[in-house]
Design a protein around this ligand. Structure first.
Ligand code: IPE
Length: 274
């Protein structure tokens, strides 16, 4: 029974240049592809996560949550913005009969100096075992050193991966994988199909922060977290795909050839120089 973590990136389901701007067509399509994956493999166990895009990131910037002294009003505003998007994602999944159940990260997460050190696992594990689809999202969290911090979906996936040992992680964004350079700026940039943890230095320079407002380090921080995770768990593979390419989410979740980029310890197949 394969266990897969899927993230719908903030770049995919929101317009990161707007304010609380959802990309409904992309969200609805992602929901349909999740439904299709569950139909194609009834043994699939799936944890879905989503980013915050023009909801949490913009609220964090506007409220100056991270810019000055601890401000619990700002913390509450950012948590509320992230939760607002979560309701929309839940609705989109329920509309196609995916039994998505939100497990609010900030309800139990505890960080120390920006690192997630504790989060309740039993509710999520119980839902998974029962055949439901736990839904988490990039959120705020209390932090024993800083007062509070923001935890990205990748941070939460990393924490969950240590406990649950997924077979695959799929990150679905706007861009089709890890490119040799930022494709939004350099039209001749090409995706790198297969990367091993050793390739980090070769591709790090081509990764940019993010288009639009981003308070969790943009693509570079997310991809770095996944490199570290694959290094720690060599049986895990991470695939980054564009959720805008038809069937990419479905195929990546099912472990089929799905394009984009794969981060894996298994060094096989063609390799494009970065
Ligand atoms: C960010 O989560 C959470 C908040 C800003 C509250 P992510 O880092 O997972 O979100 P995206 O994918 O960059 O939008």
């Amino acid at each position: 029974m394969p266990l897969v973590f899927l993230k719908l990136g903030g770049s995919l389901i929101t317009d990161k240049r707007g304010v609380a701007a959802v990309r409904q067509a992309a969200l609805d399509n992602a929901a349909r592809e999740i439904r299709a994956a569950l139909d194609a493999d009834p043994t699939l166990r799936l944890v879905v996560g989503h980013g915050s895009g023009s909801f949490g990131h913009v609220a964090a910037r506007k409220s100056q949550m991270l810019d000055g002294p601890v401000n619990w009003r700002a913390y509450a505003e950012v948590g509320a913005a992230a939760a607002r998007l979560n309701r929309l994602v839940t609705d989109a999944l329920l509309a196609v009969a995916v039994p998505a159940v939100t497990v609010q990260p900030s309800a139990s997460a505890v960080a120390r100096d920006g690192r997630l050190v504790d989060m309740a696992l039993t509710p999520l594990q119980t839902l998974l075992d029962a055949g439901a689809v736990p839904l988490i999202y990039g959120d705020v969290a209390v932090d024993t050193a800083r007062g509070y911090c923001i935890i990205s979906t990748e941070t939460i996936f990393t924490y969950l991966a240590h406990a649950l040992r997924p077979d695959r992680i799929v990150l679905a964004g706007q861009v089709d994988g890890v490119y040799s350079a930022d494709p939004l700026v350099h039209p001749d940039a090409h995706p790198v199909p297969r990367l091993t943890p050793d390739d980090w230095t070769a591709i790090a320079g081509g990764l940019h922060g993010a288009a639009g407002v981003d308070v969790t380090g943009g693509m570079a921080a997310k991809v770095r977290a996944m490199f570290d995770l694959v290094h720690a768990q060599p049986t895990l593979s991470v695939r980054l795909v564009s959720g805008l390419r038809p069937d990419a989410i479905r195929d990546a979740v099912l472990g089929r050839e799905a394009g984009g980029s794969e981060i894996t310890t298994k060094d096989e197949g063609p390799r494009t120089e970065g």
